[in-house]
Design a protein around this ligand. Structure first.
Ligand code: FAD
Ligand code: NAG
Ligand code: NAG
Ligand code: NAG
Ligand code: NAG
Ligand code: NAG
Ligand code: NAG
Ligand code: NAG
Ligand code: NAG
Ligand code: NAG
Ligand code: NAG
Ligand code: NAG
Ligand code: NAG
Length: 800
């Protein structure tokens, strides 16, 4: 599946306040936003003095004859009303769309919603397309659009270089990934008495001239055949994100044979990635720390998953390659409050120490010992100091999480993006019993009752293969919170309603017999951090002028390029400049907040405020008939207690700013105005939750083994029963280290081949029909073989 707009919470360049701007073509005054990060996209909105259900919008984007440009009427892509436009020759075609997740949108049809173009503002010229439209019935509020009572709204935009499949049709399908740019932006709506005059310029368009099928399902994939691999392994691990790499390396260290299967391509230069930046051809866009804030508009955007309910990285390293590099070591309470016995801080502390030895994180990234671009830190720290907060080092004092601030803690080493791809993977690659296969997705675990015999995979050509585990071997899922549930459901494990979607679908997935379904709450307990934004003006202009702007990172100076070559300078830092944490005690427990602060442009300080540990909202994830995952219930801000805590905390910051000599709010607002305007932190956890027993809420036991199975494990963010205080990657790595220890302690089972180096007969690849796989699988199971030669560690990234 392909993907469109966004729930990205980290696009620094893409969040800005709007300006009033008069459009020369139509005479309409729009509140307008222009992307400064390179896409050339702009959007304007006009509303009446009292907002009802209509508004006028204008999409303007560079046009060379192909591509599309669109907006989401909420910050989140899933379930939002989308307006998308593209050029069809000299004409402009546009309409309303919607998507169930981070997937290709479909036409939105609702008799009460009408989109009517305004001719004077709808055209292509030599350089641009302009689509100006009256959107009738579009202001619905809730998860569909901004609400008629909100003045400060947050929206999303997306641009692609590929035109949808059927460019003449307003109902076209086939929107490919928004590779030119995407992000969130803010608009401050201003009603105009001229609105009725402007709206009267709109004219209805006739219905779609060409009708297209509502779905592209043909079921041609139902009878796909798979070959059986002639290699078998003690451990097969699905997904090379942080959890998968750490567990795979620890399994390989035990001497057993290990196959790590990753759906995506290579990422870092050292691992063979070649999406290099324009100014240095031996580092990729993933390697350069400062690119973390500009990846969504970089030249290559193929690293984002296009089959998940929300944003995640589908590339070697998983979301550690697309994330903003925050490395917040968990505080003890993150484990102590809700994790089961065996997983309290005292239990996991040794695993955390093992992680930090290899992957410590840092609050001082630049090798020359300098901190660059400190305007935001100077202003914000001085503001927080007057509030009585104190400075700590987040790496040294992870348990200090009330009324504190720190230099940001980053996963950066040697001036480059760090994480398990550099701190663990080369160690595994140096062992002959380890194999990494890229561009290969695990579709399902193959089951014989409670026993897992292997996995079925699909490579980038669509070819399918069955790979078996040795007797006593184990299959370990690490595909991430957004994807692991799909593998479980495809294996007949999860709510029956979800398995039935697979059964009725055309994904060609062979399910076990219904009697063998394992009913577990897969997809439930989905949790995430909501993010609220406060923007301040720095009132001391001498300090304001020091802020670096987007172009200094995307098109850096020779000075900064030279510093980077020495692992130093602003390009060796991520985008944050200060983090703060605090907590609030309320009637329903303690809630923590994290602030992530930077300066998006001179004179401004932006604080992204996350509601974190202690929040009580949750949602659920399911699958679609086309093989994507989608939100059944959105996970954010659905309890009154969470809402009350957010209002209270935002008001306390706003009130303190009213009294500050350092900062002032950029535009007046209140907690209750902001509480419904949040984006996703992309910090998803919980969709295969760990529990002490099979209690109807849990999916895995405290060994991380899936209930009802003999040898299926989950080790990624899905198993976390609770949200941490900081961003998720560090705690996911700690838990993965601990999971590895638990799995190794179980041994490799009776009758196991001790490792992959034993001699055995090799069988040729046997084509089998999925529908009759089991006979061939058991035949293949009798065979084991030497795994293919491991990929040697490349480049100079050998592990310290
Ligand atoms: C935009 C963004 C910004 C973020 N910023 C931060 C931050 O600054 N700090 C922080 O701590 N956290 C951040 N996070 C969150 C953090 O990166 C994730 O929580 C973490 O990477 C999750 O690790 P994981 O191992 O559970 O799964 P993932 O990182 O999702 O890795 C899963 C891997 O499995 C692969 N995969 C998926 N399905 C299959 C399949 N069927 N077969 C084979 N392979 C498969 C994927 O390609 C991927 O490589 C951010 C996340 C996003 C999306
Ligand atoms: C338009 O530009 C994009 C890159 O932005 C390119 O991929 C595409 O081929 C171009 N199309 C035409 C018709 O020139
Ligand atoms: C094309 O239209 C856009 C949007 O109105 C405008 O900014 C641009 O200057 C126009 N270009 C030409 C060549 O007229
Ligand atoms: C259709 O649009 C109307 C008007 O905006 C809205 O009230 C209604 O909820 C929509 N119906 C559906 C099914 O989304
Ligand atoms: C799949 O195979 C079965 C039996 O081999 C056959 O009956 C069925 O028609 C095939 N379906 C498709 C869509 O080819
Ligand atoms: C396994 O099969 C592949 C072809 O599918 C072949 O190239 C390879 O040599 C075989 N490996 C062994 C160890 O026999
Ligand atoms: C695998 O097992 C064999 C026989 O027990 C042993 O000789 C060999 O050293 C082992 N290999 C590894 C990598 O542990
Ligand atoms: C401005 O910056 C200087 C150091 O660069 C600092 O001493 C001073 O406190 C700052 N002023 C404010 C108001 O932040
Ligand atoms: C590119 O960056 C690397 C750091 O990884 C550095 O060693 C190299 O000198 C840089 N090359 C150039 C041309 O700046
Ligand atoms: C909240 O309550 C706990 C005790 O339950 C206490 O230790 C903590 O200091 C309190 N935090 C705040 C911010 O008052
Ligand atoms: C504002 O500052 C004054 C003087 O420092 C102090 O008395 C007052 O409590 C402050 N008000 C708030 C809301 O912080
Ligand atoms: C904040 O600064 C912007 C210009 O950067 C200005 O337009 C705005 O009025 C300022 N806000 C306040 C409250 O001073
Ligand atoms: C399934 O497992 C049973 C033992 O529980 C075994 O007798 C049977 O042969 C297995 N079937 C296959 C197809 O491997």
């Amino acid at each position: 599946m392909r993907s469109f707009a966004t729930s990205l919470a980290f696009v620094a360049g893409a969040y800005a306040q709007s300006k009033a701007s008069a459009d020369v073509n139509t005479g309409i005054t729009f509140q307008a936003y222009s992307d400064t990060a390179g896409s050339g996209f702009s959007f304007g909105a006009a509303v009446p003095t009292t907002i009802g259900s209509d508004f006028i919008g204008q999409i303007v984007a560079p046009n060379n004859g192909s591509g599309y440009a669109g907006v989401a009427l909420t910050p989140l892509m899933a379930n939002s009303l989308l307006v998308i436009a593209w050029a069809n020759g000299k004409d402009v075609v546009g309409s309303t769309y919607t998507a169930s997740g981070y997937t290709s949108p479909t036409h939105y049809s609702n008799a009460s919603v009408l989109i009517e173009p305004i001719a004077k503002g709808t055209f292509t010229n030599g350089t641009h397309l302009s689509y100006t439209f009256l959107c009738k019935g579009c202001v619905q509020g809730g998860i569909t659009s901004f609400s008629s009572s909100a003045k400060d709204i947050t929206m999303g935009f997306a641009m692609s270089s590929t035109t949808p499949t059927n460019p003449t049709s307003v109902e076209s399908a086939g929107f490919t990934f928004h590779n030119i740019g995407f992000g969130n932006f803010g608009l401050t709506l201003a009603g105009s008495a001229d609105y009725p005059k402007w709206a009267s310029m709109a004219t209805a368009v006739s219905a779609s001239p060409i009708s297209v099928p509502a779905s592209d399902l043909t079921c041609s994939t139902r009878n796909v055949t798979a070959t059986v691999s002639n290699s078998t392994y003690d451990y097969i691990i699905a997904g090379a994100g942080p959890a998968g790499i750490i567990v795979a390396q620890r399994m390989a260290e035990s001497g057993k044979s290990v196959l790590l299967l990753e759906g995506g391509k290579a990422s870092t230069f050292a691992q063979g990635g070649r999406s290099t930046v324009s100014w240095n051809d031996t580092v990729t866009q993933y390697d350069v720390p400062s690119m973390a804030y500009y990846l969504s508009t970089a030249s290559d955007t193929s690293e984002y998953c296009t089959d998940t309910a929300s944003q995640a990285g589908c590339i070697l390293g998983g979301s550690t390659m697309v994330n903003a590099l925050m490395f917040v070591r968990p505080q003890a309470a993150d484990f102590n409050d809700k994790w089961p016995t065996g997983w309290k801080w005292d239990d996991v502390a040794a695993s955390a120490a093992k992680l930090y030895e290899r992957n410590p994180g840092t609050t001082l990234a630049s090798r020359d010992g300098q901190r660059y671009d400190q305007g935001a830190f100077t202003a914000m720290s001085s503001f927080l100091k007057t509030m009585g907060w104190s400075q700590v080092d987040a790496i040294e004092s992870p348990n200090e999480k009330t009324n504190v601030y720190s230099f940001p803690a980053w996963d950066i080493q040697k001036g480059l993006r760090a994480g398990p791809v550099t701190s663990y993977l080369p160690l595994a690659q140096a062992a002959s019993n380890f194999k990494l296969t890229l561009n290969t997705k695990v579709l399902r675990a193959i089951r014989n009752g409670s026993a897992i015999t292997g996995v079925e995979t699909q490579d980038s050509t669509g070819a399918r293969q069955i790979i078996n585990v040795n007797a006593g071997g184990k299959v370990i899922l690490a595909a991430g919170t957004m994807s692991t549930p799909r593998i479980l459901i495809n294996s007949g494990i999860g709510p029956k309603a979800q398995i039935d979607i697979v059964s009725a679908s055309c994904t060609g997935i062979k399910l076990p017999a219904e009697a063998d379904y394992i009913n577990l709450p897969v997809g439930e307990n989905l949790r995430d951090h909501p993010v609220f934004t406060l923007t301040f003006n720095i009132t001391d202009n001498s300090n304001a002028s020091t802020s670096m702007v987007a172009s200094q990172f995307t098109n850096p100076s020779t000075t900064d390029i030279d510093l980077f070559a020495k692992a130093s300078g602003p390009l060796a830092q991520s985008g944050q400049r200060l983090n703060f944490w605090t907590s609030l005690n309320g009637t329903s427990g303690t809630r923590f907040f994290q602030g992530t602060v930077n300066s998006p442009s001179a004179g401004l300080v932006r604080a992204k405020i996350y509601l974190t540990h202690g929040s009580t909202s949750s949602g659920s994830l399911g699958v679609t008939s086309t093989g994507s995952t989608k939100f059944i219930t959105e996970p954010l801000m659905n309890t009154d207690e969470d809402k009350a805590a957010v209002v209270q905390f935002l008001d306390s910051m706003i009130n303190s700013a009213k009294n500050s000599s350092v900062l002032s709010l950029a535009s007046p607002t209140t907690g209750s105005k902001l509480v419904s305007s949040f984006t996703s932190g992309s910090h998803f956890i919980g969709t295969a939750m760990m529990g002490a027993s099979n209690d109807g809420k849990s999916v895995v036991d405290t060994d991380t083994k899936v209930f009802g199975t003999d040898n299926l494990f989950v080790v990624d963010g899905s198993i976390h029963p609770d949200l941490p205080t900081g961003n998720t990657q560090a705690i996911i790595m700690v838990a993965a280290e601990h999971a590895a220890a638990k799995i190794l302690a179980l041994g490799s089972g009776s009758g196991s081949l001790s490792n992959g180096t034993s001699t055995a007969t090799n069988s040729p690849s046997v084509p089998v029909k999925i529908g009759s796989a089991s006979a061939s699988v058991s035949a293949a199971q009798a065979t084991s073989a030497v795994p293919a030669a491991p990929t040697p560690a490349k480049g100079d990234d050998a592990c310290a």
